[in-house]
Design a protein around this ligand. Structure first.
Ligand code: NAD
Length: 336
């Protein structure tokens, strides 16, 4: 591994991975390849701006010529694919971009990687491919896929293409399935940064349905280290769950955030539930632990650190919460 193309590296988790890799492995070249959609943000890469082992290419993973150009220019031998449309609510409003990037884009990337002979391909996937997990079951990597939202279905589709390239062409692939991720630099449409930044402005917090949906929370730096571990140690053709194994009801997360922010409970506003909203995600992360990965953050300490980061970095999120964000906000919440 010498020249690693990180697609979607200007997004939330991708940029955490890029910052981690650039600092941990000075002997590698890390090439961020990103379309810079509304979710891509060059500010996320400021900490590695002057690193000599980091390079940036603006491009779309569904554009095969652009992908080939980056592969050739940087003699890419490894691909880590974070590039995706990643927000469930947007996938319900308009699934098209999800199919184009999360399915067609993954195919384009795989095909160019196969033609040029990339040595290792890691696909970043999600716990949402397993669907709604009933009772007290924790999903295992061998469980069936039962995706329920257009986002989850498009991620499942992309992941199955990766599987087919391993089985059919013998490509050296690995897959990570991460759980709900939180931490610094997360676009403020996702639950935790959305509610922190709204509460700071004393605005209502729209909680879907009864708020009793359950999610497994994973700190972004633990997620990035898990992907690093699977990239280096994962067995070809295998998938690995990366989970905090720290399950919370959404409403309990909201109560905790309000307590830490010293804001009143009266900011909570229950609204009509998300269509097809899964009640529970839960994964067993034993297989990743067997590779030597271990989470370093508990949710309680991670949430406090995350709140501190948003308090100290208003410059980062204030400018995002205009333009595209406001348009999305109106479409999503106007009639709830
Ligand atoms: P994000 O939305 O913050 O970032 C996505 C990045 O991909 C952005 O920089 C965007 O510009 C880029 N991008 C989008 N379409 C592209 C295209 N066609 N070509 C090139 N770049 C493109 O997402 P995130 O939360 O950082 O998620 C990253 C990955 O991790 C995704 O694949 C997502 O499915 C997966 N994941 C996310 C979570 C989570 O909780 N956020 C959990 C598990 C897995």
């Amino acid at each position: 591994m010498k020249n690693i193309l990180v697609t979607g590296g200007a997004g939330f988790i991708g940029s955490a991975f890029v910052r981690h890799m650039v600092n941990t492995y000075p002997e590698y070249n890390i090439i961020t390849f990103d379309k810079l959609t509304y979710a891509g943000n060059m500010d996320n890469l400021l900490p590695v701006k002057s690193a000599s082992n980091h390079h940036f290419v603006k491009g779309d993973i569904a554009d095969r010529e652009a992908v080939r150009g980056a592969f050739e220019e940087y003699s890419v031998d490894t691909v880590v694919n974070f590039a995706a449309e990643s927000h469930v609510d947007r996938s319900i409003l308009d699934p098209n971009a999800f199919i184009m990037t999360d399915v067609v884009g993954v195919y384009a990337l795989l095909e160019e990687a196969r033609l040029i002979g990339v040595e290792r391909f890691l696909q970043v996937s999600t716990d949402e491919v397993y669907g709604d997990i009933e009772g007290d079951h924790f999903s295992l990597e061998s469980d069936h896929f039962l995706p329920n939202s257009p986002y989850a279905a498009s991620k499942a589709g992309g992941e199955l293409m990766v599987r087919s390239y391993h089985i059919t062409y013998g490509m050296n692939t690995v897959v990570t399935r991460g759980s709900n991720t939180y931490g610094p630099y997360q676009y403020p449409e996702k639950l935790i940064p959305f509610f922190i930044t709204e509460a700071l402005d004393d605005r209502p917090l729209p909680v879907y349905g009864d708020g009793k949906q359950m999610r497994d929370w994973l700190h972004v730096n633990d997620h990035a280290r898990g992907i690093d571990m699977v990239l280096h140690k994962g067995e070809a053709g295998e998938a690995y769950n990366i989970a905090g194994e720290d399950l919370r009801h959404n409403i309990d997360v909201v109560h905790k955030m309000l307590e830490l922010l010293n804001k009143p409970e009266s900011l909570i506003k229950y609204v009509r539930d998300r269509e097809g909203h899964d009640r529970r995600y839960a994964m067993n992360a034993e297989k990743a632990r067997q590779l030597g990965w271990e989470r370093q953050h508990t949710f309680d300490t991670g949430l406090q650190e995350t709140i501190n980061w948003y308090l100290e970095n208003e410059w980062w999120w204030r400018k995002i919460k205009s333009g595209d964000f406001l348009e999305y906000y109106k479409r999503q919440y106007a009639d709830r």
